[in-house]
Design a protein around this ligand. Sequence first.
Ligand code: SF4
Length: 211
Amino acid sequence: MDLLPVFDILLKSYGQRYWWPAETAFEMMVGAILTQNTAWTNVEKAIAGFGDRLYPEYVAEADSAELAEIIRSTGYFNQKVIKLKALTAWFAGYDYDVEQARQVDGETLRRELLSVRGVGPETADSILLYALDKPFFIIDTYTRRILYRLGYDIPKSYDELRLMIESRIPQDIYLYQEFHALIVEHAKRHCKKKPVCSECPLEKRCRKRIE
Ligand code: SF4
């Protein structure tokens, strides 16, 4: 089954999502760490808590306890402080200049990000796609759940599924960014853990493999 019609239906149903919700590339990167294992509303509280301090020099130099206090709402805050500092140290290698980082090819950036403490494939691909404009498709539990229910054979490994999706759609930043955001929206509105299939825009194409 082709994936583009799925994208078209979701886009028509929910409209453009304008992701990622961040004012700067660095704010996006911080959000990608903070959103691990927590709801986005908790991330919003933490982002607001930074006030005008949401820039890399502050995160690099801030006292860990002070930083932990700011991001407390996101849970696992002591670990996340370590992760934020590690990611910021990686960004320092590009003089905190996102344009400089964007000059580097995506595979190299991905390898670098995956070597940063606390950055797994989902976080790395989020940063690559939304902060660094590199086309890597993000795999999360929503993506797995929806595609499985629709009827796709889902490989176990993160990268196998990513490559499978990437081979079925054009390599296009806008498409990848919007598609991921639409998947998240669809998982929240209809394809929840306990799905709401009535009036689901994908119902006609769905094999409803619900477990
Ligand atoms: S029909 Fe049901 S299972 Fe299929 S995508 Fe829609 S909500 Fe999910």
